[in-house]
Design a protein around this ligand. Structure first.
Ligand code: ZN
Length: 203
C-alpha cells in the first residue's frame, strides 16, 4: 500500500510557510515503512532538530481505481481518519532551497501517524468535518475540511490520474495552519469533532 500526501491544501497554512498558492495540488508519497506502529512512541530522528506536527484528515481507499471522476469518487472510500504528516522542517527547507525531492524530510520511518478509522456513514458531510490537534492538552491546530482548496473527491480525481489507487491506500489531505515543533515528552492527541482519533508520545 502507499500513502499519498497532499501539500498546500489550506490557504492559511500556505501563508505561514510563505509558499506560493499552487495551481494544482502538490503531491508526494510516503512508503508503508513510514507508518508509526500502533501504540508506539514517536522518536525524534537524529537528523533533525525541527520536526513539525501536521495534523491531517485521512481517507482510506477501498476499491481499485484509475481516472476516477469526482462524481464517482465517493464510491472509493468508506472510512476516514485523522493522522499526522510529521515533517523534518529543517531538512525540508534545505531540500526545497536546492530544488530537491522532499522524501528524506517527509517519508522517514515513523513520519506517518494513522489514527483509528471512522465510517463515513457516521459523518454528516465529509466536506464539513471539524478536526484538531492538542499538544499537551492545548489546541495547536484546528481546521474544517470545508476550508480545503481541493476537497476529498477532487483529490481522488486528481491523484488517480497519476497513480492507480489500490485497496488500503491512504490519502493525507493536507494540514491547516498552526504547524509547529515537537519536543521529547510531548503528548499529541488528534480529534475529529469530539472523538479522540490518536494519542502519541514523543521521545
Ligand atoms: Zn502535510
Amino acid at each position: 500500500m502507499k500513502l499519498i500526501c497532499i501539500g498546500r491544501n489550506y490557504t492559511e497554512h500556505i501563508k505561514e510557510l510563505e509558499n506560493e498558492k499552487p495551481t494544482d495540488p502538490v503531491i508526494f508519497l510516503k512508503p508503508d515503512t513510514a507508518i508509526l506502529l500502533k501504540k508506539q512512541p514517536f522518536f525524534i530522528p537524529d537528523f533533525s532538530d525541527d520536526v513539525h506536527h501536521e495534523v491531517e484528515v485521512l481517507v482510506k481507499i477501498n476499491r481499485v481505481g484509475k481516472y476516477i471522476g469526482r462524481k464517482f469518487a465517493h464510491k472509493y472510500y468508506k472510512e476516514i481518519s485523522l493522522g499526522m504528516d510529521l515533517t523534518a522542517r529543517d531538512l525540508q527547507s534545505q531540500l526545497k532551497a536546492k530544488g530537491l525531492p522532499w522524501e528524506k524530510a517527509k517519508a522517514f520511518d515513523g513520519s506517518a501517524v494513522i489514527g483509528s478509522w471512522l465510517s463515513v456513514d457516521k459523518i454528516k458531510d465529509v466536506n464539513d468535518i471539524n478536526f484538531s490537534l492538542k499538544k499537551n492538552e492545548e489546541i495547536v491546530q484546528s481546521g474544517n475540511t470545508s476550508l480545503m482548496l481541493w476537497k476529498i473527491d477532487e483529490l481522488i480525481e486528481y491523484v488517480s490520474k497519476y497513480f492507480t489507487l489500490k485497496i488500503g491506500d491512504v490519502i493525507f489531505t493536507g494540514t491547516p495552519a498552526g504547524v509547529g515543533k515537537i519536543f521529547a515528552n510531548d503528548k499529541l492527541k488528534g480529534y475529529i469533532e469530539d472523538i479522540e482519533m490518536f494519542s502519541i508520545t514523543v521521545k
